[in-house]
Design a protein around this ligand. Structure first.
Ligand code: F6P
Length: 463
């Protein structure tokens, strides 16, 4: 199998539009962003099919759609257990989100991670032509750059991390941390979502690894190889997303929300069900608001959309049970005959439906405890009516807070701050809502997903 000439080859664990057993309930930020970029630029997208097969065959399934060649492989159940549920989602994900208490490391996880990185390397290597630009994504595939170099692939290879990079002391608690980073440093360019994650990474490279680091340019020299690390905040496909406004699906979803909340203010949260999203803490903030302002209990309905994810990992099942318990507690304390103040919806929605729901919601609560970027915050801004926009309440620990600083910024660990922000959002005069929103919308429009990809790929060619 040979590659076309000078194309973009994207590699990620998830490839959008697949329906395998491991496919997510809702399309995540990474898959949506890469789909938009590849639809515009064309190219190849390589990764896991989402399917498990009894025995690994290495067969590559190819399909062509919207100018994208998708090339995927099936994994064995042991791969899924050790690589996806294990190293990626029980070791790296909790550690990188500063949840050392949930971080589990087993030697088999590390072996499974290397095995699957090798399997995906084998798949990608068959597809890369001599002049192609290769762009690898996220924490599942940090070792891929090294694998491709070992196969003699000399192309420009970039890597983008969609999640945070943890502080140096936390990261160095990972067994064999040097090995992971020395693989990562085989890429030509490494992208992070915001300054803080980049600084943590550079700090580690200089302090623990002993690499020569130039903080200004992001240049890192280690074991005779030079790489660059820089910030590229991911955005949304602004034009595509706002074009959903006129679809019947979006309008119908906006109508559901408006007609079911009637004269009450609708406040919305949309998240993958993940402990990093701060959902129980968010409910504590809402409970605190109702306690402090009992006279406003009838003015507000909170709709939390949280489709389950990674359910084979225990910490994800636990967070679901915790959220259900807290929702019940608040509803028991504050519900009336005709309504519950909190609605917890467990299914996913299409992008058009989300557009409608965001538009009909006067407030969005986006309060992760730690988040690489958070594209829900950007989608909410893009969906607003410019004449009567809603208010975004945003965690200071989301990468998006660096760009969206005209939102109401809160500490998600402090229920009183969340309660105060809800009150301020409910009472905010139209003029202030408009002026805050205009600044937010300028950023979301200007720093869109195509600008993100353009900047990264330009630098990948020129570093
Ligand atoms: O945050 C990293 C990320 O890749 C997101 O972009 C995406 O929403 C999520 O993880 C998807 O997770 P999974 O592939 O495990 O369903």
């Amino acid at each position: 199998m040979t590659g076309q000439r000078d194309q973009l080859v994207v590699v990620s664990n998830r490839v959008s539009g697949l329906t395998g057993r491991g496919a997510p309930g809702a399309q995540g930020g990474l898959a949506g962003a890469l789909e938009a970029v590849l639809k515009r630029r064309g190219g190849t997208w390589c990764g896991w099919s989402g399917n498990e097969r009894g025995e690994f065959t290495g067969d590559v399934h190819i399909n062509y759609r919207d100018g994208i060649r998708k090339a995927t492989i099936d994994l064995e159940p042991q791969d899924v257990e050790e690589y996806y549920n294990g190293y990626a989602n029980s070791t790296i994900w909790p550690l990188f989100h500063c949840r050392l208490d949930l971080t589990r490391y087993e030697r088999n996880f590390g072996k499974g991670y290397e095995r699957v990185n090798k399997r995906i390397t084998d798949c990608a290597a068959q597809l890369i032509g001599p002049g192609d630009l290769v762009w690898v994504h996220d924490y599942h595939l940090m070792a891929l750059g090294k694998g491709l170099r070992m196969r003699g692939i000399a192309n420009r290879i970039g890597f983008f991390l969609h999640i945070p990079w943890p502080p140096v002391r936390l990261f160095s608690s990972l067994p064999f941390h040097e090995r992971l980073v020395s693989s990562l440093l085989k890429y030509d360019l490494i992208g992070f979502q915001c300054d803080e994650w980049l600084e943590n990474f550079l700090h580690y490279c200089r302090k623990d690894l002993g690499a020569a680091v130039d903080e200004q340019s992001g240049r890192i020299k280690y074991e005779g190889v030079t790489t660059h690390a820089r910030v590229y905040p991911v955005g949304i496909d602004f034009d595509h997303f706002t074009a959903l406004a006129d679809t019947p699906e979006a309008q119908e979803a906006a109508w559901w929300l408006r007609s079911s909340t009637r004269e009450r203010i609708a406040m919305i949260g949309v998240d993958r069900l993940d402990y990093s999203k701060g959902l129980p803490e968010r409910l504590d903030g809402i409970g605190c608001f109702f306690e402090r302002h009992p006279e406003r209990t009838h003015d507000l309905v909170f709709v939390q959309i949280a489709p389950p994810s990674r359910e084979d990992v225990k910490s994800y099942r636990d967070i679901r049970a915790r959220l259900e318990r807290k929702t019940r507690q608040i509803n028991d304390a504050f519900s009336e005959v005709e309504f519950d103040p909190i609605r917890y919806v467990k299914r996913g929605f299409s992008q058009a439906q989300l557009y409608g729901l965001y538009r009909a919601a006067r407030i969005a609560l986006v309060t992760p405890l730690r988040d690489g970027m958070n594209l829900v915050a950007k989608e909410y801004v893009a969906a607003q009516d410019r004449l009567d926009p809603g208010v975004l309440i945003l965690s200071r620990f989301a990468g998006a807070a660096r760009q969206l600083d005209s939102a109401l910024i809160v500490n998600p660990h402090n229920p009183v701050e969340i309660a105060q922000a809800i009150r301020a959002a409910m009472d905010m005069p139209l003029e202030e809502r408009r002026s805050r929103w205009e600044r937010l919308a300028d950023n979301v429009r200007d720093e869109n997903v195509h600008v993100w990809a353009g900047n990264f790929l330009h630098d990948l060619e020129s570093v």
